[in-house]
Design a protein around this ligand. Structure first.
Ligand code: ZN
Length: 206
């Protein structure tokens, strides 16, 4: 089961103190989604993965870490207005984390808040934004590892770029049978223009 604890956060940008919750413990059982989104109960704890200062809007997972961006960036139009009308504050917070990491030049991990942002959009039936965020994420995630390549595959399929799935993945092979099964399953789904969410187990049982 999931346990959460209240925690006093102090904003490293503006000094505001506010109470939010942190995860004390949780569990997961079952299969992850094809894009690595974990099963319950971890799945439903996203609202405490990230925190946002109610005063200035600074968003981060760890408020004790010194930010590399300054107050000018947090107050800037690009950060405050973000350019998306998300249906949830949670998606907005993840997107703001993405903007901060981008400003900091953290290109290796930049895909991560976008992936989380897409999951938050999914949970709030924010379908159009989920597609747009997945498109952005697919362009920056790269294929440095097989896991990243398969997340990218799922991002392409779920953002309805079915032709790219078929063109870019039909001749790819992976080092493990389970990964090849996920790839084949995704291509079959892309060929029938299926952009639904599937788990690793769905791919295994196909
Ligand atoms: Zn603040």
């Amino acid at each position: 089961m999931t346990m959460i604890d209240p925690y006093i956060f102090r904003c490293p940008i503006c000094g505001e103190e506010f109470e939010d919750y942190v995860l004390a413990s949780s569990n997961q059982s079952g299969a992850s989604d094809l894009d690595t989104r974990p099963p319950e109960m971890i799945r439903s704890t996203m609202n405490i993965w990230i925190h946002e200062c109610s005063q200035c809007g600074y968003a981060a997972r760890d408020f004790d870490e010194k930010p590399q961006v300054n107050r000018d960036f947090i107050e800037s139009d690009i950060y405050q207005n973000i350019g998306f009308e998300f249906k949830s504050d949670l998606a907005k917070s993840f997107y703001r984390e993405y903007l901060i990491l981008k400003e900091e030049g953290c290109t290796d991990v930049l895909f991560h808040p976008l992936l989380n942002c897409a999951w938050a959009c999914d949970d709030f039936d924010d379908t159009d934004n989920a597609v747009e965020i997945r498109k952005m994420c697919a362009e920056i995630i790269g294929e440095d590892t097989e896991t990243l390549s398969l997340i990218r595959l799922d991002l392409l399929r779920r953002s309805r770029q079915f032709d790219r799935v078929i063109e870019e993945y039909s001749s790819k092979t992976f080092s493990e049978e389970i990964l090849n099964k996920i790839c084949t399953f995704s291509i079959i789904k892309a060929k029938s223009a299926d952009d639904a969410c599937y788990t690793v187990e769905d791919a295994m049982q196909y």
